[in-house]
Design a protein around this ligand. Sequence first.
Ligand SMILES: Nc1ncnc2c1ncn2[C@@H]1O[C@H](COP(=O)(O)OP(=O)(O)OP(=O)(O)O)[C@@H](O)[C@H]1O
Length: 328
Amino acid sequence: MGMDTDTDFIELDDVEKVFDVRRRTGFLRSERREVRAVDGISFRVPRGEMVGYIGPNGAGKSTTIKMLTGILTPSGGRLRVAGIDPSRERTRLAHRIGVVFGQRTTLWWDLPLRDSYRLVHRMYRIPDARYRENLDRCVELLDLGELLDVPVRQLSLGQRMRGDIAAALLHDPEVLYLDEPTIGLDVVSKAKVRGFLRDLNAERGTTVLLTTHDLTDIEQLCRRVMVIDHGRLMYDGALAGLHEIGASERTLVVDLERELPAIRLESEPSVRTVKVEGPRQWLAFPASGSAAPLVARIAAEYPLVDLSVREPDIEAVIARMYASAGSS
Ligand SMILES: Nc1ncnc2c1ncn2[C@@H]1O[C@H](COP(=O)(O)OP(=O)(O)OP(=O)(O)O)[C@@H](O)[C@H]1O
């Protein structure tokens, strides 16, 4: 275990996962089809990094995570986590990774949290002192004190999620895979979970791979983000880079005195009205240009009440990335 496992802590080289799907096409007839859920992905994650892994539904995120835990065996390519081939040594790897799926719990539904944790304690053969120390820490930082004796099924979604995160951390994993850890949570619970993950990463150096549809999670937690679509890596880099990709257009939000047909400016052909909602209209214009002449023209030709300029947000940027990938 030298430098290599630290810089290439998670290692994927041209990893593929192909599913054979049978589809019924008629009575007694079916056809076989290949679904390339992951289609040749390569990346490295150094120890201690917190990386966002994002993409639209069906992009291949869960399939990647399942291969990283050893639940699924890759159809091709090479994959290592902490130097371990996950599907070959799933049990050995299990002692070094933690997994949290936002959509389903790994806790025992009818048991109080405390009992679930005791089972985890035994399953992973965690030394007693270590277990107590980790449990105390999680209880304090995740605010679980009052919840320990409540059966899991009686917990709110946010409480359960915090309970799940604690369960995944009791055995001191070096890597944490989080699949939608803030899905369905209210604002306060989201903030709590994010704060906890940030501290965990900073204090313990836990490597985190985070899948989410909530880009605020990424904004607040990850400096690096990977975007996957159709099983391929579309982007791997700083979050700021995603902004740049989309910086080609800004939006002018115009409030008129009354509802009018979409604004059209003969003198500004590069401006498009992208949305009309009552007296409010949204106009997209090139970021390289100035908004001032545009504003002057609109004021001259339309009954203008108010306006504001909006910078592109990453949601829009990613949507556009997908749109351009789909049309190529
Ligand atoms: N066991 C399976 N058998 C057949 N096809 C599968 C299987 N698991 C996933 N797929 C297909 O592989 C593709 C990728 O699925 P995957 O669940 O990895 O996407 P995802 O990015 O996690 O999506 P979501 O955000 O909706 O969870 C999809 O087309 C999916 O239908």
